[in-house]
Ligand binder design. Structure first.
Ligand code: UT7
Length: 337
């Protein structure tokens, strides 16, 4: 598409945002009691100091419901006004029914349809784009785009290389039509590269390797990751996708007010920001408080930025994500509230 091609049929905006994290906090000191690790290594290599952890029996939908309800109210709507629910999650409550169905029922969104979308750490950028496109056509008026995960449900607390990285959380935005003079979502750029599949995956529990005594004994229901391969890909692709969307829209890096990347590792975010030539002051890093919450990192980072007074109406914001698959995402928008 050329720069003058319209990405959206009519303007759409993020009308509201809310997040939720479970109350229990697990610190690096807590992890020192479980695996051979230490606070210094975790902070230096990842940037994480603590993460919120759902109690056993708490699924992803339970984290989403309070966030979705708050976002709908904040937009000045009621659940009946929501036409569509798109949930980016890697840890649905169950393989089926979808988390979108559970949420629709629990919040009483009686007019909505919806579905889950599997894009790992790009879950939120992909859900936001899908919701934005469907609202922009005019076929839907208000949509909920959600990124949420209970990553601790698939963590191997015997594997120090992965269990220290992740946490649990949820974020929901309402996507609505924008007036011509309102700040709106500008563009998106996404890619997938399936050659990266083995580098980060959950080996069993799907149709290829259903749960069996063997899969449990072999610990195949936990995350497997080649950390260095993912790290290198994430730095390179975060940089590339951001350059691509900025160049396409003829926007210089200096014009950005805020860079909100998926929070997988502080070093990934800062390396990509440096390669892009971004002023550090514009880069949001909040991984120290939450760890990598997969679908929820970007909404949590946006929410913290609002609370800190760093994100304001009209700001030009670039979102970026790289996740398992590999999935690569970016969304460029003007913040609307
Ligand atoms: O959002 C999903 C995408 N995921 C990511 O983006 C993650 C990308 N990868 C990373 O963030 C990093 O690769 C990690 C944080 C996972 C690992 O950091 P690293 O600097 O790549 O460490 P490494 O794997 O090269 O390991 C270095 C050393 C090893 O010890 P030896 O072999 O040098 O003796 C590891 O065994 O660090 C050791 N190590 C640990 N030590 C203490 C690995 N995990 C730990 C730990 N505590 N938790």
């Amino acid at each position: 598409m050329g720069k003058n091609d319209q990405r959206f049929v009519r303007p759409v905006k993020v009308a509201a945002l809310a997040t939720y994290v479970p109350p229990r906090v697990m610190t690096n000191a807590d992890l020192e009691k479980l695996v051979d690790t230490n606070d210094e290594w975790i902070r230096q290599r990842t940037g994480v100091a603590e993460r919120h952890v759902a109690d056993p029996g708490v699924g992803t939908s339970a984290l989403v419901v309070p966030a979705a309800q708050q976002a709908v109210a904040q937009a000045g709507l009621t659940p009946d006004d929501i036409d569509l629910i798109v949930v980016g999650t890697t840890t649905p409550d169950t393989v089926f029914p979808s988390t979108a169905c559970l949420i629709q029922h629990q919040i009483g969104a009686s007019n909505a349809w919806g579905f889950d979308l599997g894009a790992a750490c790009s879950g939120f950028t992909y859900a936001l784009t899908t919701a934005a496109e469907l609202v922009s056509t005019g076929s839907h008026r208000h949509a909920l785009a959600i990124g949420a995960d209970v990553m601790t449900s698939i963590l191997d607390y015997e594997d120090r290389a992965t269990c220290v990285l992740f946490g649990d959380g949820a974020g929901a935005v309402v996507v609505s039509p924008a007036n011509d003079d309102e700040p709106a979502i500008i563009d998106f750029a996404h890619e997938i590269d399936g050659s990266g599949g083995p580098a980060l995956c959950l080996p069993a529990g799907g149709s290829l390797r259903p749960a069996s005594h063997e899969t449990v004994d072999q610990r195949l229901h936990f995350i497997r990751q080649d950390g260095q391969a993912v790290f290198k890909f994430a730095v390179r692709k975060t940089t590339e996708i951001c350059k691509r969307i900025l160049e396409k829209n003829e926007i210089g890096v200096d014009q950005l007010d805020l860079f909100v990347s998926h929070q997988a590792n502080k070093r990934i975010i800062m390396s990509a920001a440096e390669r892009l030539g971004l002023d550090e002051k514009k880069v949001v890093v909040n991984i120290e408080r939450y760890g990598n919450t997969t679908g929820a990192t970007i909404p949590l980072a946006l929410n913290d930025s609002i609370a800190d007074g760093r994100l304001n109406k009209g700001d030009l914001v670039l979102l970026a994500s790289v996740g398992a698959g590999f999935t690569v995402g970016s969304v460029l928008l003007r913040w609307a509230f």
